[in-house]
Design a protein around this ligand. Structure first.
Ligand SMILES: Nc1ncnc2c1ncn2[C@@H]1O[C@H](COP(=O)(O)OP(=O)(O)OP(=O)(O)O)[C@@H](O)[C@H]1O
Length: 853
């Protein structure tokens, strides 16, 4: 097995797998080998190799011869297309910056359009003179499929322009070029070829490649409406009995066979897991066609270059475990419904994106001798490329124009990548487009690729068909160059070997000649000896000839051995690496086995259960991932809610702070108020105490006053009695006083009369007095005061005045009250008058005289 054919056996299982194929795996059991060898023959007659040696030695051994023929054919093809110089017949496409010619999409530096850059395929034929030469490549095979004319084309009376010759050659007769264009491929399928035929030739081989551990891809390429989706997907409806529809495409057929093979292998104790993903590249954006609705990442998914084991990975791309072909189809149908499609002039439902359906097939096999579980991975990609189109013809504008530019750009990059790979250039521009970066592992290295170029049979699509056939053919030059280099190297090696062999032969010849000379010398001594010498000479000559031819044979064998040695060395290097890893792993395992001891068996059976659970868990994981994404969305909206609540909270916090301050302020005022209230209460209590004291005082004063009043009343009643007595006396005396006054009055009158010059005496007691005196009824004071002598005051008046003085404020006696003289104050009223004058207006005097009444 050559280094490039090393199956891609990658990661070790968690229980200690060997990362690479072990020698045991490569030399399949007779049963498996028989099964593999009996698989569908390769498209160009090759038989799939035994397990671990796909595209077996039969194919490999005939490659050099075939290649040299391809080289010659290709050169002839390139030179025999004078009628189609670059650009002259190219269709106009639209590049990033406007219309570009089709041939500008071809890799630079290549000769004319007869060159192809897809794989080591048959060279483009050189028109009538071109001798089509089929070829095969280990890693890339190119097929052409010519679809039947569509009803639209038939209705338009379109003329056919393609002929298929011998199953490998296609001849395009285009009115726009004088000579027909001829190209040869691994296989050409005519309009009559059905889906099953295509699968048998293309799909079945890919399944075998995948089962042998190679990354395998099928691309469908071609003009829009040429039949790519029909070829890769087709009609996925199933009959009532579960039978496939006649027009069912490659995908369902491939997976049906893959699961049949898995079932077979599982009988031998190998456990398989198939995880599928489905994505599309649309306008250079990668999106998951199986993502739950509403979870598609804006701006597309990111592609990362993972570690050596994981390779390229797409972040966030969902993987779905499939256990049979129906599961796969359900996924394909679900994803296809999410693809970007649009109605174009060429196709009612034209795919506007590149879609990549990937199944990662994982095989885990426990090694009975070591207990190590070997895990192998292989990827199977089914790629439906968006249709290349001539913008002018398709009439694309706006969004469709952008799509067309993006599609054409990524197809150009795909071509450049393939060229770089086949020319073994140091830099391969994988990263120039999403599609090539995504498919990095499936394009280079050990991967096996089949390309199906789809073309329309009708003349109105002749230019597009010509472009398609030219593009898929371009790789011949790369392969030719590689072959030329290889050829030169072999020539140099042969020359070197020939030099060595010639020298050896010359040495042998001269040794033989020396021997012959010696023999001749010896023979000359004797006749008999001469004859013997001659015989010996003939023998030596025969031996020399024999050794010469044996040397030539050895030389040829040496070249083969050397080549094999190189392959073996490369394999050994890989095996050595694997061995070292295995040794490391075994050491770790041995340690683990020691430590696990008797628990190993239990662990093994538990591990088997875990493995069984793993698939279910994976499915749960997928569901959980979808759930998680939904939860993330929920969490994002919660986050927004939280932020909104946060803002509310902040606002409430501010309000709370303000309220707190207000509260503190009100607390302070409350405290002040409380203090005031306490103060008021204290005052009140003090006043109450004072009031109580006052009340007590007042009560005692009242009691005292009451006592005094009682005493006064007593005294009053005594005095009243005395007064009554005195009044009685007064009454008596009043009468006497009246008489006395009358008498005094009359005396006064007499005095006045006596002092006057009046001759007539005053009337006294109703009679005229001689001195003109008269009686007057004026008060006693005047009467008593008249004359100004106290000797005139009666004893009664004096007693009355004394009584009044002792009573102070007593009201005038019930006796007759003297009339006031104007300008004087009656002495009986003066005390009360004084009190009233001293008190404020409207107020009751402090000591009411009422109680003394
Ligand atoms: N080999 C075939 N046999 C019968 N019908 C076919 C065949 N190839 C294509 N068709 C029909 O032609 C039409 C266009 O084919 P399809 O959609 O596969 O084209 P396409 O290359 O995928 O186009 P686009 O790039 O626009 O998506 C479909 O109706 C399909 O059924």
């Amino acid at each position: 097995m050559s280094a490039t054919e090393q199956p891609r056996l990658t990661r070790a299982s968690s229980r200690g797998a060997t990362p690479a194929a072990s020698p045991r795996k490569q030399s399949a059991t007779p049963r498996k080998a028989a099964r593999q060898l009996s698989a569908t023959p390769g498209p160009s007659g090759g038989t799939p190799g035994a397990r671990g040696t796909p595209f077996g030695s039969a194919i490999r051994s005939r490659i050099p011869a075939t290649r040299s023929r391809i080289g010659a054919g290709a050169r002839a093809a390139c030179q025999s297309e004078p009628s189609s110089p670059r650009g002259a017949s190219s269709g106009s496409l639209l590049g990033e910056d406007g219309p570009v010619l089709l041939d500008e999409l071809l890799p630079p530096g290549l000769p004319g359009e007869g060159d192809g850059f897809w794989a080591a395929v048959g060279a483009g034929g050189g028109g009538a003179s071109g001798a089509p030469t089929p070829s095969s490549s280990d890693n890339i095979r190119v097929y052409v499929r010519v679809r039947p004319p569509s009803s639209r084309e038939e209705a338009n009376g379109a003329q056919p322009c393609l002929d298929v010759l011998g199953g490998q050659t296609v001849v395009l007769s285009d009115a726009s070029r004088p000579d027909p264009f001829t190209a040869t491929f691994d296989r050409v399928f005519g309009p009559e070829a059905g889906q099953e035929e295509l699968f048998a030739a293309v799909g079945a081989q890919m399944v075998e490649n995948c089962m042998a551990g190679f990354n395998s891809s099928i691309f469908v390429y071609g003009q829009t409406g040429a039949g790519k989706t029909h070829t890769i997907t087709g009609d996925v409806a199933r009959g009532e009995d579960g039978a496939l529809a006649e027009q069912c495409g490659l995908t369902l057929r491939v997976f049906r066979q893959l699961f049949d093979r898995i079932t077979d292998e599982e009988r031998d104790g190998v456990r398989y897991t198939v995880k599928c993903s489905y994505c599309e590249v649309y306008n250079e954006e990668l999106s998951d066609l199986l993502a739950a609705p509403g979870t598609r990442a804006a701006g597309g998914l990111a592609i990362r270059e993972g570690d050596a084991h994981r390779g390229v990975c797409v972040e966030g791309l969902t993987e779905h475990v499939a256990v049979n072909a129906d599961d796969v189809m359900a996924l394909v149908q679900r994803g296809s419904a999410n693809r970007h499609t649009a109605a174009t002039r060429m196709n009612e439902r034209s795919s506007r994106s590149h879609s990549v359906f990937t199944a990662v097939v994982e095989a885990a096999e426990a090694q009975p001798d070591s207990g190590v579980t070997q895990v192998r991975f292989a990827k199977l990609n089914l790629i439906d490329l968006a249709g290349s189109e001539r913008v002018g013809k398709s009439g694309a504008t706006g969004e469709q124009l952008t799509e067309a530019k993006s599609i054409n750009k990524s197809l150009t990059t795909l071509g450049r990548v393939v060229t770089a790979l086949t020319e073994r250039q140091q830099h391969v521009p994988y990263r120039d487009s999403r599609l090539t970066f995504l498919l990095k592992e499936s394009l280079g290295g050990n991967s096996k690729t089949s390309l199906v170029a789809c073309v329309s049979p009708c003349e109105d699509s002749a230019q597009e068909s010509h472009s398609t056939l030219a593009v898929v053919n371009q790789d011949t030059v790369g392969d030719l160059r590689a072959l030329q280099l290889e050829n030169a190297r072999l020539q140099r090696e042969l020359a070197k070997k020939e030099g060595t062999v010639t020298a050896e032969l010359r040495a042998a010849l001269s040794a033989a000649q020396a021997q012959a000379a010696a023999a001749e010398e010896r023979a000359s001594t004797s006749e008999g000896r001469v004859a013997a010498a001659e015989e010996r000479h003939q023998q030596l000559e025969a031996a020399l000839n024999e050794s010469h031819s044996s040397l030539q044979q050895r030389n040829a064998e040496l070249a083969l051995v050397k080549k094999e040695l190189e392959e073996v060395k490369a394999t050994c290097a890989l095996l050595q690496k694997d061995r070292e890893q295995l040794i490391d792993h075994n050491a770790a395992l041995a340690e683990r086995v020691d430590s696990l001891g008797g628990g190993l068996e239990r662990a093994e059976s538990a591990a088997q259960r875990w493995e069984a659970d793993a698939a279910a868990a994976q499915q749960r994981c997928d569901t959980a991932a979808a759930g998680q994404r939904a939860a993330e969305e929920g969490s994002r909206s919660l986050q927004r809610e939280v932020e909104r609540l946060g803002a509310d909270l902040a606002r409430l916090g501010t309000e709370l702070q303000a309220s707190r301050e207000e509260l503190e302020e009100s607390e302070r005022s409350k405290k002040a108020l409380r203090r005031e209230v306490e103060q008021v209460l204290a005052d009140l209590r003090r006043q109450q105490r004072e009031a109580a004291d006052s009340a007590e005082l007042a009560a005692s004063r009242e009691a005292r006053l009451r006592g005094e009043l009682a005493e006064v009343n007593e005294a009053l009643s005594a005095r009243s009695q005395r007064l009554h007595e005195l009044e009685a006396t007064l009454a008596t005396e009043t009468v006497a006083t009246a008489k006395y006054r009358k008498m005094v009055g009359e005396i006064g009158k007499l005095i006045d009369w006596a002092q006057s010059t009046s001759p007539l005496p005053p009337v006294l007691g109703g009679r005229t007095s001689p001195a003109g005196y008269h009686s007057s009824l004026f008060g006693g004071r005047l009467s008593f005061g008249v004359g100004g002598g106290s000797g005139l005051v009666s004893p009664l008046a004096e007693a009355s005045n004394q009584l009044r003085a002792s009573l102070g404020s007593l009201p005038p006696s019930a006796g007759p009250r003297p009339k006031a003289t104007p300008g004087t104050v009656p002495p009986s009223l003066s005390p009360s008058k004084r009190l009233q004058v001293a008190s404020p207006a409207g107020r009751t005097p402090v000591a009411s005289p009422s109680k003394f009444r």
